[in-house]
Design a protein around this ligand. Structure first.
Ligand code: HCB
Length: 218
């Protein structure tokens, strides 16, 4: 039953059917399916399928936008559920997170931000298309322990390196850990640009953030 529900949520996202994505998500929650399962086994496969169709020319940009809207509408229902399940009293650290300049992909970055905040981090989400200087100013202003950067395009992943270089030039790099993510990014890239780590999804990002912040000098 849950499997069928998740499959129909995936189809709703792929076909850009916002109402069906929201209704399916509501029904799955009511049936006791965990929010993360709905994301990992319903919404994410659905949006990936849309991306694959776009890549091979079956879908055009408006289709991709409709799919993203359907996923975002379902995510609005899930965010409070994620928070209420993982509320922690202790503050683990302060994170500044954003999608780098030139890149407007928001869904994955926002999911990571929600999960970090639900896990006890103070999160400052700078949004999308974030200029390098804005990352630097936010690290300073919030005395962040960790910077999270998202890049979904091969043309924007290089900005992650530039932010790290700017942190170094501003004398901030020793006091802050850097975590990167996004579809074209991997551990090899993280090592190459001098980031402290790469996370492939939001659950891995929370684990990595905890490890990195625990290793930050006091
Ligand atoms: Co977009 N797009 N897109 N897109 N898009 C991709 C990324 C392609 C791979 C699709 C494809 O061709 N197969 C492709 C990039 C190719 C490339 O560079 N190699 C692409 C393209 C080309 C484009 C445009 C250039 C299309 C055009 O205009 N011709 C354009 C770029 C606009 C711009 O940014 N300047 C564009 C636009 C769009 C939208 C607006 C239609 C829409 C975004 C809407 C929004 O976010 N509000 C969109 C979408 C939805 C996608 C796909 C289909 C899904 C992305 C997504 O939301 N995934 C994507 C295909 C794909 O990724 N397979 C496609 C779901 C989330 C949950 O996963 O990987 O983002 P995630 O995040 C994970 C993970 O990476 C990690 O945790 C997250 C949660 O689990 N993570 C972090 C992410 N950030 C992290 C940061 C950390 O510190 C730690 C972990």
């Amino acid at each position: 039953m849950a499997h069928e529900q998740l499959a129909s949520i995936a189809t709703a996202v792929t076909t850009g059917d916002r109402q069906a994505a929201v209704a399916g998500t509501q029904q799955a929650l009511a049936a006791g399916v965990e929010p993360l399962t709905i994301i990992d086994e319903g919404l994410v496969p659905g949006i990936r399928e849309a991306g694959d169709k776009f890549q091979c020319g079956d879908y055009f940009l408006p289709n991709l936008i409709a799919s993203a809207r359907a996923m975002s509408a379902a995510m609005l229902l899930l965010e409070p559920e994620l928070r209420s399940r993982q509320q922690m009293a202790r503050r683990l650290g302060t994170v500044v997170i954003g999608t780098v300049k030139g890149d407007i992909h928001e869904i994955g970055k926002s999911l990571v931000a929600t999960m970090l905040s639900a896990s006890g981090f103070e999160v400052h989400d700078l949004g999308v298309d974030v200029p390098i200087e804005k990352f630097i100013a936010a690290v300073r202003e919030h005395r962040a322990n960790l910077v999270g950067m998202s890049a979904l395009l091969t043309t924007t992943m290089g900005v992650q390196r530039k932010v790290i270089e700017a942190l170094r030039a501003e004398g901030l790099r020793d006091g802050v850990k850097v975590m990167v993510g996004g579809a074209p990014v991997g551990q090899q890239w993280a090592t190459q640009i001098g980031a402290d780590g790469y996370a492939e999804d939001a659950v891995a990002a929370v684990e990595l953030a905890k490890r990195l912040v625990a290793a930050t000098p006091a």
